[in-house]
Design a protein around this ligand. Structure first.
Ligand SMILES: [Zn+2]
Length: 328
């Protein structure tokens, strides 16, 4: 079977001086687009951006300190398709300038300190292999230990096939990482950006206390084409879009890119207990939110994480009620 893959130019490609909107095909000056955060001035299309650019946009200037950049992937299966797995990793590293499909560290967002994990779809489709899982785990451990909120920017095509079952195991590992921070009373915010699919959307990305997305982002487990070919049924309009996910209650908000830094800062302060900087006061160390919204969000996330953990231990046949009653 022949498979055609459409590869888009990265918005940050240094070889290009103009930028072409993928949606309305308008040409814009690349330098101007950097100022516009790579959002099309004509139609509002939010272009895909790399992890470094995302960090530039979200964090306060100079506040990001990268951690665990030296964690590298092995080739446990000796996987070969048209290239060996190590060759593919090297190619992705050369293309993106990143060591892996996730960049992790600490930063401040609108003056609020956090642990930050940012995925990059340009690195092997943002696939979640062992290194992505490990760096997400370490980020959660640091967040729990230092009592800092965790912010994850999630963009992924799903599991990394070159790592087989080891890649799928990262879904359980990262879900447990969310438990780790929930048990520590630390907050977790996920920002889902285009595209966020497969094993990432089915694990840590949707277990956050607050789950938001960019306009137009495609968010689903399986793509519409795969579902349509399998079920032979037409899918509803807007299937998988951020806006449709918001309508269905899977998201808390859809936030335009220009508002993201301020909005994330507001959420971080809300989850800390609702104090705004405008009140000029804080109430001790960050802990369980004292605001009702924050408590409701945390309770909901904890219930989901608890169910996921039990379901993993007991298999997938029980109903949610049975799993709820079972010992952990
Ligand atoms: Zn456009």
């Amino acid at each position: 079977m022949n498979v055609t893959v459409e590869i888009e130019h990265r918005a940050t490609d240094p070889q290009r001086h103009d930028w072409v909107c993928r949606s309305c095909h308008t040409h814009s000056d690349l330098a101007a687009m950097r100022e516009l955060l790579y959002v099309c001035p004509q139609c509002g299309y939010h272009a895909r951006i790399g992890a470094r650019e995302r960090i530039r946009q979200l964090t306060d200037p100079g506040s990001f300190t990268e951690l665990w950049s030296g964690v590298k992937t092995l080739d446990p299966l000796g996987f070969v398709d048209l290239q060996t797995y190590p060759e593919r990793v090297l190619e992705a590293q050369g293309k993106t300038g990143l060591a892996e499909a996730i960049v992790t560290g600490t930063a401040t967002i609108a003056d609020t300190a956090c642990v930050l994990a940012v995925m990059d779809f340009g690195f092997m489709g943002g696939s979640m292999g062992s290194v992505v899982g490990e760096k997400l785990w370490r980020s959660a451990e640091l967040a729990a230990g230092e009592h800092l909120p965790l912010v994850a920017v999630c963009s992924s095509g799903g599991a990394r096939m070159q790592e087989g079952i080891l890649s799928l195991m990262q879904m359980a590992k990262t879900s447990c990482a969310v438990d780790l921070i929930t048990d520590a009373g630390v907050q977790f915010i996920a920002l889902l950006v285009d595209p966020c699919t497969g094993g990432v959307v089915a694990s840590f990305a949707t277990l956050a206390d607050i789950c938001i997305a960019e306009p137009g982002a495609q968010l689903y487990f399986s793509g519409p084409r795969v579902i349509q070919q399998t079920t032979r049924e037409a899918l509803p309009a807007g299937f998988g879009s951020a806006e449709r996910n918001l309508e269905l209650g899977h998201l808390d908000a859809v936030v335009p890119r220009a508002d993201l830094r301020d909005k994330l800062g507001a959420y971080l302060r809300l989850l800390k207990g609702g104090e705004g900087p405008e009140r000029g006061e804080t109430r001790g160390p960050a802990g369980r939110g004292t605001g009702r919204l924050a408590e409701a969000a945390l309770d909901r996330a904890q219930a989901v994480a608890a169910y996921a953990r039990r379901a993993l231990v007991r298999g997938d046949r029980e109903s949610p009620d049975e799993a709820q009653d079972a010992p952990a």
